[in-house]
Write a protein that binds this ligand. Structure first.
Ligand SMILES: *Cc1c(COP(=O)(O)O)cnc(C)c1O
Length: 410
């Protein structure tokens, strides 16, 4: 059969698992324990010689495994692991693959909580340097003998900066560094980090993939590109079988089994249902975000709009080259920064809330909320102006949303 399109593959994905009674969804498996006829099979699951077996839900269930298979397909990877949250997935990578004395080189434009975990890593003796990744030369210049990993976001939240994804990928490949790409804002629909030689791909499933603001989840996908045989920190116990799975095995054993940020079957099911309409949602909200970005850019009360598909975006050419649309994320600054809160209060439709990729449009002033704890210095380095407003465009009717912004700016 010819390769299927994104949605065809997702909505028919569960049938590949031989779903019981012909049900079209993978059932919600609620068992914590999994029993076996013969104790040898139980031992085999523990020792990894029985493939695809389950023993305790902290390491996965048939329902989370079905979601993992879908995400692997979306990202064209060799395997995925689901976590309870996007932060669980990110910590799962950092804490299982890095050790004291290692160096993590990261984008200076990252999600606030990712920036916060960098501080935690420093406390554990892991060096973290953040650089302006929009120019790969900054990454090349910051590589040290103890650098193990490079971390970037495809479209940075909230500033929408876009790293030199391909050049950083080539650099990591040449130097044997693990290249971690957080694909949350673009999602595998708009961009596949494998095309720029990413080693591991992170998705906060909470956002685009689940899409309704009603379930938390995260995932790590291995693209199959990185050579784990050359990575010094893979424990002997996990240096077995297909070497492309070694990294994921260590992340599952240490990150899920030991640290326990495990996704429940109930939420895995909810995320899987959300994923079925993802292509439709992203196409609609990206088109609406583009229209809103153009409207805001043309409005005299607005000084700056950050949206990758605008000609005025500093990395516009890169966005066009890599991404099939600009996503639902945009941010902007009013000419009168002091008027920002009153403007937000005048809006009738967007919900004043943090969060991203809901069906509802969400709006938040960034500096006094998400980046408040980070402080003024970090905000300045991340390009976050005091009056920056972040918008996650939802699925409301176009005319309603445009009219609401027009009245609130008037
Ligand atoms: C939301 C988000 C995360 C964290 O996801 P949670 O599920 O909220 O823990 C990580 N990276 C990016 C880019 C995000 O937007």
């Amino acid at each position: 059969m010819a390769t299927q399109g994104f949605t065809t593959a997702i909505v028919h994905g569960d049938s590949a698992f031989g779903v019981e009674h012909g049900g079209v969804h993978k059932p919600i498996h609620t068992s914590v324990q999994y029993g076996f006829e013969k104790v040898e099979d139980l031992i085999g699951v523990f020792q990894g010689t029985v493939k695809g077996g389950f023993n305790y839900a902290r390491q996965g269930t048939p329902t989370t495994a079905a979601l993992e298979a879908k995400i692997t397909k979306m990202e064209d990877g060799v395997g995925s692991i689901c976590f309870a949250t996007g932060m669980g997935a990110i910590c799962g990578i950092f804490l299982t693959l890095l050790r004291a004395g290692d160096h993590l080189l990261a984008s200076q434009y990252v999600f606030g909580n990712t920036n916060s975990i960098f501080g935690t890593l420093r406390g554990l003796g892991i060096e973290v340097t953040t650089v302006d990744v929009t120019d790969a030369a900054n990454v090349a210049a910051a590589i040290q003998p103890n650098t193990r990993m490079v971390f970037v976001e495809t479209i940075a939240n909230p500033g929408t900066q876009i790293p030199d994804l391909a050049a950083i990928g080539a650099l990591c490949k040449a130097q044997g560094l693990v290249y971690v790409v957080d694909n949350t804002i673009t999602s595998p629909l708009l961009f596949k980090p494998k095309t720029v030689d990413a080693s591991l791909v992170v998705n906060a499933l909470t956002k685009t993939i689940a899409g309704h603001g009603s379930a938390l989840g995260g995932s790590v996908t291995d693209t199959g590109i990185f050579d784990w045989q050359a990575y010094p920190h893979i424990a002997d116990a996990y240096r077995k079988g297909d070497a492309r799975q070694w990294g994921l095995t260590q992340i599952r054993k240490k990150g899920l089994r030991d640290m326990g940020a495990s996704l429940s079957s109930e939420h895995a099911h909810q995320i899987a249902v959300g994923a079925e309409t993802m292509a439709l949602r992203v196409a609609y909200s990206s088109a609406l975000a583009m229209e809103l970005a153009q409207f805001l850019e043309a409005h005299p009360a607005v000084v700056k709009v950050h949206y990758p598909m605008l000609d005025s975006h500093p990395q516009h050419a890169r966005a066009k080259a890599h991404f099939s649309a600009g996503s639902w994320l945009l941010s902007f600054e009013l000419a009168d920064a002091d008027a920002c809160l009153a403007f937000i209060n005048r809006l009738q439709i967007p919900i004043k809330a943090t969060g991203l990729a809901d069906t509802r449009t969400l709006i938040i002033p960034v500096a006094p909320t998400i980046f408040w704890e980070a402080g003024a210095e970090v905000r300045a380095k991340m390009g976050i102006a005091d009056g920056l407003i972040r918008l996650s465009v939802g699925l409301e009717d176009r005319a309603d949303l445009l009219a609401d912004f027009a009245q609130a700016l008037a």
